[in-house]
Write a protein that binds this ligand. Structure first.
Ligand SMILES: Nc1ncnc2c1ncn2[C@@H]1O[C@H](COP(=O)(O)OP(=O)(O)OP(=O)(O)O)[C@@H](O)[C@H]1O
Ligand SMILES: O=c1[nH]c(=O)c2[nH+]cn([C@@H]3O[C@H](COP(=O)(O)O)[C@@H](O)[C@H]3O)c2[nH]1
Ligand SMILES: NC(=O)CC[C@H](N)C(=O)O
Ligand SMILES: [Mg+2]
Length: 534
């Protein structure tokens, strides 16, 4: 997607490593304003070439006092001022503005973490119609605070502890919030962002999914020459289905979809995917059976990151071989590989250059991003790389992808390999897990709750426990059930099942699946856990 072609002003986020940076992007896009995130330390030219109307400096784990704390490029302040660009600092971002513009930041006497009340001290655009003395609850997470403001700045709100909570310099168009308006725990935060962007900055909104689609098609047609052929890595999941439909719309039957059975799929998944694709989407798909190739490489591997890297590499070697085969058939080797990579895949993976995540940690290497080998021959086309899952579902609806495809729970490319803890090839773990998972998912569908859950699955634990079945002692496996609600997979809460439902499922599993005598439920949110166990 070419950011310059979007019919909306751009709000650019400079990321300094906050866990909530992506949330700022989402919140702004939900106002139909286009928003992108790049590294906070990007060179000035990367910022100016995007021509943003507003730049938001995110929060971050660093303190402006430490020597290696990240900061924006020299010349940024002067460029913003001479180009009429509005700048908002959030938390660390505010502290950076204060420090770089000649004020002072010090370690706060009292730290402020969590729920706090702030009071408006000066009526201003950010707070719309709020009056002096009005209070609101906000969510704070900081230890440092602004002690002395740069010339021209004024305090517009303070916390109940007296710390600076919001500042502005209307003249120079610099603003700052010490709290996080982007999290839902700041109930009026969204309203504040709306006032700031529309009333203070006068941003024009025009980010529409229809435009995204048209723009993507243009970009694909520009990238792929009229006689080029393209491979699409198709999993049957939401993202690659939408990506394939989009690319197919752009280049027609020069698209060749490849579905890989890596031996890590769910019960009857291969049959289901192949059948529904031909029947409902009329997209040509070739199934490659690579079970032995994947499982032999995974034998004995227990480290989750190792598993992910091995899987990423094997996927690519299969797509290379598929490209070679196509060359024999159609006389030309496909040069491109379409993947259904999403924004969160990029955010959580090893942060590659240009993704704006240079100051945050790698959570796990998604097979299609951080797990890719360095010497790839196929060039990637990732039309959904800047979108969140709910946005992809929206795009899918515009492309008339049938609803059952769009409503499928996400299933990770590394599949059951990240749901069998430890060595996936050990015993009949994969087989047991397939049966347990099928019972769990089918019960969820039967109970009519599939669509209210973001993702549900079972996990095979490499532990055995003692049970008694038919008066006999058993020493069998423990499986865990995980179901979460989420908006974008970046944060999640565990799903509250009715007790009767859990009781029925646990009984069915132990009665029907040989080798399992205990079922537990995972009741952790993300954070502190992640959705998958590995
Ligand atoms: N079995 C597979 N065969 C071919 N490509 C795959 C397979 N599994 C994953 N991929 C590729 O990896 C990408 C990322 O996988 P991911 O699971 O995030 O997306 P998805 O499967 O398309 O959608 P969902 O998140 O809904 O499962 C896919 O979009 C697809 O391009
Ligand atoms: O295609 C994928 N390749 C991967 O390597 C991968 N790892 C996690 N996931 C999916 O991403 C979402 C967030 O998962 P985590 O909380 O476990 O990081 C959840 O929806 C996960 O199922 C993956 N998808
Ligand atoms: N959340 C943040 O941006 C925190 C900023 C800084 N590390 C502080 O503690 O004050
Ligand atoms: Mg998937």
């Amino acid at each position: 997607m070419d950011p310059k072609a979007v019919k909306s002003d751009l709000v650019l986020i400079l990321d300094f490593g906050s866990q909530y940076t992506h949330l700022i992007t989402r919140r702004i896009r939900s106002l139909s304003i286009f928003s992108l995130c790049i590294s906070g330390t990007s060179p000035l030219s990367s910022i100016t070439s995007l021509n943003p109307k507003v730049v938001i400096l995110s929060g971050g784990p660093h303190s402006v006092h430490s020597a290696d704390s990240p900061s924006f490029a020299d010349g940024f302040v002067e460029w913003a001022q001479s180009n009429g660009v509005f700048v908002l600092g959030i938390c660390y971002g505010l502290q950076l503005i204060v420090q770089r513009l000649g004020g002072e930041v010090k370690v706060g006497e009292k730290q402020e973490y969590g729920r706090m009340e702030i009071e408006v001290e000066k009526s201003c655009g950010i707070y719309g119609g709020k009056r002096v003395g009005d209070r609101q609850v906000v969510w704070m997470s900081h230890g440092d605070e602004a002690a002395r403001l740069p010339n021209g700045f004024e305090v517009v709100a303070r916390s109940q502890q007296g710390a600076v909570a919001a500042v502005e310099d209307n003249e120079r168009r610099f603003y700052g919030l010490q709290y996080h308006p982007e999290v839902t725990h700041s109930p009026e935060g969204m309203e504040t962002l709306r006032h700031f962007l529309f009333d203070v900055c006068g941003v024009s909104a025009g980010w529409k999914m229809e435009d995204v689609m048209e723009e993507e098609i243009k970009v694909i047609n520009k990238t792929v020459a009229p006689d080029d052929h393209v491979i699409c890595a198709l999993s049957g999941g939401v993202d690659s289905t939408v990506a394939a439909t989009l690319v197919h719309k752009a280049i027609g039957d020069r698209l060749h979809c490849c579905f890989v059975d890596n031996g890590l799929l769910r019960y009857k998944e291969r049959e289901r995917v192949m059948e529904t694709f031909e029947r409902d989407l009329h997209l040509p798909v070739t199934c490659v059976d690579a079970t032995d190739q994947f499982l032999s490489k995974l034998k004995g591997v227990v480290d989750p990151e190792m598993k992910r890297k091995i899987i990423g590499k094997e996927f690519i070697s299969i797509f290379d071989a598929f490209a070679q085969e196509l060359e024999h058939k159609i006389g030309k080797k496909p040069a491109f590989l379409v993947q259904g990579t999403l924004y969160p895949d990029v955010i959580e993976s090893c942060p590659p250059p240009g993704t704006g995540r240079t100051h945050s940690h790698t959570i796990k290497s998604h097979h299609n991003v951080g797990g890719l080998p360095k010497d790839m021959k196929l060039k990637l086309i990732e039309p959904l790389k800047l979108l969140f899952k709910d946005e992809v579902r929206q795009l899918g609806r515009i492309l008339r992808v049938p609803e059952p495809f769009l409503k499928r729970h996400p299933f990770p490319g590394p599949g059951l390999a990240v749901r069998v803890l430890g060595d996936v090839t050990e015993g009949n773990a994969l087989d047991i897990l397939r049966q347990v998972d099928e019972i769990f998912i089918q019960s969820i569908k039967d109970a009519g709750i599939y669509d209210s859950i973001w993702q549900a699955f079972a996990v095979f634990l490499p532990v055995k426990s003692v049970g008694v079945q038919g008066d006999q002692r058993t020493h069998s496996h423990v499986v865990a059930l995980r179901a979460v609600t989420s908006q974008d997979g970046m944060t999640a809460d565990w799903y509250y099942f009715e007790h009767k439902f859990l009781d029925d499922v646990a009984r069915k599993i132990c009665n029907r699946v040989r080798g399992v005598n205990r079922v537990v439920q995972d009741i952790t949110s993300k954070p502190p856990s992640t959705i998958e166990w590995e």
